[in-house]
Design a protein around this ligand. Sequence first.
Ligand SMILES: NC(=O)c1ccc[n+]([C@@H]2O[C@H](COP(=O)([O-])OP(=O)(O)OC[C@H]3O[C@@H](n4cnc5c(N)ncnc54)[C@H](O)[C@@H]3O)[C@@H](O)[C@H]2O)c1
Ligand SMILES: [Zn+2]
Length: 368
Amino acid sequence: MRQLTIHDQGQPIYPIYLTDDFASLGKAVSALNPKGRKICIVSESHVAPLYLDTVKANLAPVCGLVTSFVFEAGEGRKNLDTVQDLYEHLVEEHYERGDVLAALGGGVTGDLTGFAAATYMRGMRFIQIPTSLLAQVDSSIGGKTGVDFRACKNMVGAFHHPSLVYANVQTLHSLTEREYISGLGEIIKHGLIKDKAYYEWLKANREAILAQDPSVMTEMIFRSCKIKQEVVENDPREQGERALLNFGHTLGHAIEKLKDFSLLHGECVAIGMTGAARLSASRSMISTSDLEEIVQTLQDFKLPVRTDRLTAEITAETTLSDKKMNKGRIRFILLESIGRAVIRDDLTMDEITDAAAFCLVKGAEEDR
Ligand SMILES: NC(=O)c1ccc[n+]([C@@H]2O[C@H](COP(=O)([O-])OP(=O)(O)OC[C@H]3O[C@@H](n4cnc5c(N)ncnc54)[C@H](O)[C@@H]3O)[C@@H](O)[C@H]2O)c1
Ligand SMILES: [Zn+2]
């Protein structure tokens, strides 16, 4: 088992355990002193049949009562209706502020459970048991919780830290290959924005990573968690450095929306990183060969770098509605070199349109 601890202003606030089973979950949770308390495991229809019983069996001996709330899987259910259904379950089962929620699933489950925990009775504790690659390296860490509202992603939310993150890497084996590879988009991003040595390590271990070799996968998740940890500790409320994690996300979110969520998040981020790398090269911040190298690496990891049936102008326009605006200016994360990202808010519409054009192809299928 490997462990990291997230700090807030130097104080330890919660541990992240990286394991390959659920055997230590009970022990990890008993450190939160849930004796006599209820724990509600929140999960969804894909993950619950696979892991709910095991998680329940591990939690039952350390707390007063375990209940479960299972919703239909998918981003489409990450909304206030599902949160209300969850509140209803908590009320019916007489949950109190001292009780605990446990999010068992991907980022959708973690975001929704965290939001319910932040708001039910003005805030209760919750733990993250992330089961997707994206959730293990990204969404379970950092305390951002929330749900979608109408057509707007993550429009309603709260900062609320989990009390524990318990990631069992074995659960990744049941992910579809496409979901796993999509998670790799965020992992490659970690290397590109913060850590060149890690980026090179990812490239050197590509085959083992794609084959989901357990020890390489654990090392990769550990290193990515460390990068996310460093960034969120330096900037817990996303006022500065944390914005670097949005590399590839400005164009990525626009494409995600315009493609009506038919592409996965990490896939859109890979396409968005291609555009952001192009912008960085156009400004001579990185060389053309760096740009080509980044595009090749994303493709080597079977990620898409271009998408079809969109126009550059509309894609560029759509970036303006992104939450990553700062005082009316669009904020872009660019690369100064591989392993070093910077924030820029002085981009012209022409530059953004050119970057969008670079990651769009007319008519053809996604260029993987
Ligand atoms: N809070 C944050 O900081 C943060 C950061 C990034 C993303 N997010 C959010 O995370 C969400 C995306 O996360 P995601 O990609 O994990 O989505 P997800 O939760 O929908 O999971 C992706 C798919 O994988 C399935 N799945 C998950 N674990 C599985 C397993 N072990 N075996 C089989 N199937 C499994 C799910 O049922 C789903 O179909 C988005 O809503 C996004 O907004 C939040
Ligand atoms: Zn992301």
